[in-house]
Design a protein around this ligand. Structure first.
Ligand code: C2E
Ligand code: MG
Ligand code: MG
Ligand code: MG
Length: 292
């Protein structure tokens, strides 16, 4: 009895759990082929200035699965990291974003726009990361001044000096660095003045609650004044209401990003110029709302 159970380990799980495990294994197998099968996509979400005018976009990865349809980062980025695929995926995202920048440079309507690209800790720690970025910039002809790399606080935990040296070297090309999801990780104020950053991004969770709970409001206010004191840009993520926009503008937030100004969408669906009052036309049906 026990022996049989040992061989057929699925017996220990309820069927739904076994299904979940099978699905995950299948997904990981598919994920290994996603790049060569050209199933990865970049969607772009508007980033606007305090007055609502478009300053750039954030590139967000999606996986167009042949059977499942559009798969979102929450369902595959973690797995791509574990499987070591995130390095190649990240390189692809950087290349695609730089190609987009180079294409935009020819059109006066888009030449001023910047693109922010998320970089995973594992990708940034690759010994040849800086070299790869230089090669991509050269190959695509993108203007590095229009490129921002978004890092997260988790990558600041190990070997800060090496990280700073790498950032400083990359900054010589003209690109900028942004610290993503600020306030959710192991924030330490001492590294903030050491890192050659250009921008902080206030995590969506604080923005979401800022008008409801005094604590979240205080945190947003503190991050904005911290950024200003350090001479950094500050972008609020997840802005969904005009009340939040007004409050953030009052606080001196320099950049805003969120469904109010547009959901992430394929490049063809982006609208240029001022997004004031135009948020309904910006790819409204492009994507379902992300889970909270
Ligand atoms: P992130 O870099 O913080 O990106 C912002 C996320 O918030 C995006 O989710 C975006 O769709 C969502 N968002 C923006 N505005 C709003 C809003 O008003 N309301 C709500 N509810 N959500 C909003 P997404 O695209 O699902 O990406 C999730 C995370 O996956 C990203 O968070 C980033 O950490 C990671 N990611 C995405 N693309 C890449 C990539 O190319 N490379 C790496 N390493 N990570 C990526
Ligand atoms: Mg980001
Ligand atoms: Mg973010
Ligand atoms: Mg975030």
């Amino acid at each position: 009895e026990a022996k049989a159970a040992g061989r057929n380990t699925y017996r220990f799980f309820c069927p739904s759990m076994q299904e979940v495990l099978d699905q995950m294994a299948m997904l990981e197998n598919d994920l290994r082929h996603a790049l060569v099968r050209h199933e990865l996509r970049l969607h772009y979400q508007p980033i606007v200035r305090a007055d609502g005018s478009l300053s750039g976009v954030e590139a967000l990865m999606r996986w167009q699965h042949p059977q499942r349809g559009m798969v979102y980062p929450a369902e595959f980025i973690g797995q791509a990291e574990k499987a070591g695929l995130i390095v190649e995926f990240g390189q692809w995202a950087l290349t695609t974003a730089c190609e987009q920048l180079a294409a935009w440079a020819h059109d006066p309507q888009t030449a001023h726009l910047s693109i922010s690209v998320n970089v995973s800790a594992r990708q940034f720690r690759q010994p040849d990361f800086a070299q790869c970025v230089l090669e991509i910039l050269e190959r695509t002809g993108a203007d590095a001044h229009r490129l921002k790399l978004e890092l997260t606080e988790s990558m600041l935990l190990t070997d800060l000096d090496a990280l700073i040296a790498r950032m400083a070297m990359l900054k010589e090309t003209g690109l900028g660095f942004s610290l993503d999801d600020f306030g959710t990780g192991y924030s330490s104020l001492s590294y903030l003045k050491k890192l050659p950053l250009d921008q902080l991004k206030i995590d969506r969770s604080f923005v979401q609650d800022m008008l409801q709970t005094p604590h979240a409001g205080a945190i947003v206010q503190t991050i904005v004044s911290l950024a200003r004191g350090l001479g950094l840009d500050v972008v609020a993520e997840g802005v969904e209401t005009s009340e939040q926009w007004a409050a953030l503008r009052q606080l001196g937030c320099t950049g805003l990003q969120g469904y109010l100004f547009g959901k992430p969408a394929p490049v063809e669906q982006l609208r240029w110029g001022s997004l004031m009052g135009a948020h309904n036309s910006v790819a409204e049906q492009a994507e379902p709302a992300a889970p909270p």
